[in-house]
Design a protein around this ligand. Structure first.
Ligand code: G3I
Length: 448
């Protein structure tokens, strides 16, 4: 029996061997080649930040396609049809398609460039420069608070790219223009006005009379009230006449309302010129330059309804004398307040009076509760949303009430808020390196 078994094994082995050799004379099947990954992409016609990716890989046999969309996230298995991906933040994203079969893998890649206008066609961001913020604004200026020491280099590039109205952050105030009796110093103001003229920008004059920028010699004026009034009239007439035809508008009296009581601040101007000092100053400006636009400017006019009412009382009184053209709501706000309806309240009140609306000093604190040591992605998104909300509210007002949307500073690290509150914050549209933040994107989306 054992012999028979051995013969059977031997026979089987011979048969297998013969099959294996049988094919010796047939050509070996070709080695499987790797399949070349290919893809195309396009920008959604309805959303400048949405990219449509199409896997165009064409190959025989089984293969797997995986996407790396360049966001530092895990690979994504390719699905049937087009892959839609949003790119929110400005930057460059290297997108890769990895195609794997039994022979190995191949990679196709493209760099997606994103700027504030969205994904750049064929990676060329210059192509879609739409004239920046000022190019996007319809029927109003985009303003920036400036200093004479910040008008060249990267400042000049940023200002000319996006802004067409300038407000002197502090150098057109009385303590700078009129540092001692009879002694005017227009050097910084002239530099700002000359720069604006050279770059086809408007200048909003800020601020002729302000209790916080009153030279000490004025605070301690030794003459009579009549002499004081004559001195103020001369100061206003001298300054406004100098910039006639160059400064389009003036904040004549800034922040005249006392917080809390909502009465007139008891400033030296009120004490020596009487409660009608505001009307007197507006009249002197108008006498010096009948074409200049007259504004009343103040803060906390959104959530403080008492102060808002007090402001409109001043405005209504000036209106009866034809001594006002517009209201400046400073809008030093936060990412989490005031609310949309509170912002709309001061804007609607101005519009209903047929006056120009100037959002005059916009900045949006990202860290009002001091809960951050660096600007987080979530907080940057919330700040972006607030910039967009303010811009949208402004953009929606009637054309005849539009004037300017002015931001109070270019770069986060230069904001007055840092010293004022003494905590870290990032309240503006550009970071310390002059890079546009999401806040800029939100503002742009809001005015478009
Ligand atoms: O640049 C000089 C520097 O050379 C000098 O060494 C230093 C010390 O004297 O002063 C520096 O100038 C200061 C300037 O800010 C720049 O930092 C001025 O003293 C200082 O008074 C000025 O403060 C300005 C403040 O108004 C008062 O004018 C702020 O920049 C400005 O943001 C702030 O803006 C006001 C609006 O006009 C009205 N609404 C509120 C807003 C914030 O307070």
């Amino acid at each position: 029996m054992q012999i028979t078994k051995n013969r059977i094994w031997l026979l089987t082995l011979l048969m297998v061997f013969s099959f294996a050799c049988e094919d010796d004379d047939k050509p070996m099947p070709p080695a499987v080649e790797r399949i070349q990954a290919t893809f195309e992409y396009s920008i959604s016609p309805n959303d400048p930040n949405l990219v449509l990716f199409d896997n165009t890989t064409d190959g025989e046999g089984e293969f797997k396609s995986e996407w790396d969309f360049g966001k530092g996230e895990a690979f994504v298995l390719d699905q049937e049809g087009v892959e839609e991906v949003r790119y929110e933040d400005v930057g460059s994203y290297t997108v890769r398609l990895i195609v794997t079969n039994e022979a190995g893998n191949t990679v196709a890649s493209e760099v997606i460039e994103v700027d504030v206008n969205g994904v750049c066609p064929d990676g060329n961001c210059e192509v879609q420069d739409s004239g920046g913020l000022k190019g996007a604004a319809n029927g109003f200026e985009i303003g920036m608070a400036v200093r004479d020491s910040r008008l060249s280099g990267a400042y000049d590039q940023a200002l000319t790219a996006d802004f067409n109205s300038l407000t002197s952050e502090y150098q057109m105030k009385m303590n700078i223009l009129y540092p001692s009796e009879g002694n005017f110093d227009f050097s910084a103001a002239d530099a700002i006005v000359n720069y604006a003229q050279a770059n086809d920008m408007h200048v909003h004059g800020h601020a002729l009379i302000w209790h916080n920028a009153t030279p000490s010699w004025v605070e301690n004026f030794a003459g009579t009230d009549e002499e004081f009034e004559a001195m103020i009239k001369n100061y206003i007439t001298t300054v406004v006449s100098r910039y006639k035809g160059k400064v389009r508008s003036w904040d004549v009296v800034n922040e005249a309302i006392e917080d809390g009581s909502n009465t007139l601040r008891n400033s030296v101007f009120r004490q020596k010129m009487g409660d009608d000092y505001i009307s007197k100053c507006h009249q002197w400006v108008k006498d010096a330059d009948p074409d200049v636009l007259l504004f009343y400017n103040d803060y906390n006019l959104t959530f403080d309804s008492g102060k808002q009412s007090a402001m409109f009382a001043i405005v209504d009184d000036l209106k009866t004398q034809d001594l006002i053209d517009g209201v400046g709501a400073q809008m030093h706000i936060s990412y989490n307040g005031p609310s949309k309806s509170q912002i709309e309240s001061v804007i609607n009140g101005t519009v209903s009076r047929g006056l120009l609306m100037h959002i005059s000093e916009l900045d949006i604190r990202a860290n009002p509760d001091n809960d951050l040591t660096a600007l987080s992605g979530d907080r940057a998104e919330a700040q972006k949303a607030k910039f967009k909300e303010v811009a949208q509210i402004y953009n929606a007002i009637p054309a005849e009430n539009k004037f300017a949307l002015t931001v109070w500073g270019l770069k986060d690290d230069e904001s007055w808020l840092l010293d004022f509150w003494g905590v870290p914050d990032w309240p503006l549209m550009f970071d310390a390196g002059f890079n546009k933040k999401r806040a800029y994107e939100g503002f742009l989306e809001g005015i478009q």
